[in-house]
Design a protein around this ligand. Structure first.
Ligand SMILES: [Zn+2]
Length: 286
């Protein structure tokens, strides 16, 4: 399945160099195989609603006749896209319990399985990493289409049979396409390469860069980084609100990360977790 994401990302990702942390830029210590997005000014955000309030449904690139992907899905289209999947396929969706700083709800879908869920796909934790929430939504759309119509899926030269689709779905998938809607909405409306959420509790009114927490530094795992790796701590995570990697005031201080914890606590059989970013085309495994 990881290959599927890479295929989607090739189509969808587009970031300017200002969107990258120093270690993410070309010329850093890690060789990058995808350089296109480092020189792009970014992919435009969709205007309007390509799912017409949920009366039509998303189609990924794997099942043919894909939804128009010439622009990135706007925040509201994640909601209408999920509504379209509910209408077309009868899947269950859910809303996580903690609202964001700006009052948005975060939605997820339950796909496949027979009551238990072993896979968790999370998208959009870093606002500016465009293509992430699109790819999660379109990927489950592909699986659902292939299941309903008894077909396989094709991504470039890679083909999956209907039996492959059935097998993947049998594991049960929890999909949360957009886990940071505040940050993503801000990035989409300002085109500012915003990375964090929009929590202002630690912010100074004189410095807009002090807004927000890097949600991917807000988990309890390795919270006290200085204990783990003193020499790199300031680059990897920071206690300074103006930092792009500001970790927040405490582990799980943010509603977005609390919601991710909620998913893992609610579905304790989850064994495979993919958090989909889009900064360099890398697949990182534990
Ligand atoms: Zn990221």
């Amino acid at each position: 399945m990881k290959l599927l994401y890479a295929s989607n990302l090739l189509l969808l990702a587009g970031l300017g160099s200002s969107c990258l942390l120093p270690e993410e830029r070309a010329g850093g210590s890690i060789r990058r195989s995808l350089n296109r997005r480092q020189t792009s000014t970014g992919k435009a955000i969709g205007k309007g609603d390509r799912f017409s309030g949920g009366s039509s449904f998303p189609r990924g690139i794997g099942s043919g006749n894909a939804t128009d992907m010439s622009t990135i899905l706007a925040v509201a289209e994640v909601t209408t896209g999920l509504a379209g999947l509910v209408k077309e396929y009868g899947i269950q969706t859910f809303t996580t319990p903690y609202k964001t700083f700006e009052g948005r709800s975060i939605q997820g879908a339950k796909v496949g399985g027979s009551g238990d869920y072993y896979i968790y796909l999370n998208g959009g934790i870093h606002a500016r990493e465009r293509g992430s929430h699109d790819s999660v939504l379109y990927f489950i759309s592909d699986l659902l289409y292939a299941q309903k119509h008894g077909t396989g899926l094709t991504y470039g030269k890679k083909t999956y049979t209907n039996a492959d689709v059935t097998k993947a779905l049998s594991a049960g998938i929890i999909a949360v396409p957009l886990s940071n809607p505040d940050g993503t909405n801000y990035d989409q409306t300002s085109n500012s390469c915003w990375r964090k959420n929009r929590n202002t509790k630690s912010a100074s009114s004189r410095d807009s860069s002090t807004i927000g927490v890097d949600l991917n530094r807000n988990f309890d795992f390795a919270w006290d980084l200085k204990k783990w790796a003193s020499s790199v701590a300031s680059e990897v995570a920071s206690s300074s609100p103006s930092s792009e990697v500001f970790q927040g005031t405490a582990a799980f201080s943010e509603p977005e990360t609390q919601n991710m914890k909620y998913v893992l606590d609610t579905y304790p059989k989850i064994r495979w977790f993919i958090d989909l970013h889009s900064y360099a085309g890398d697949i990182l495994t534990s």
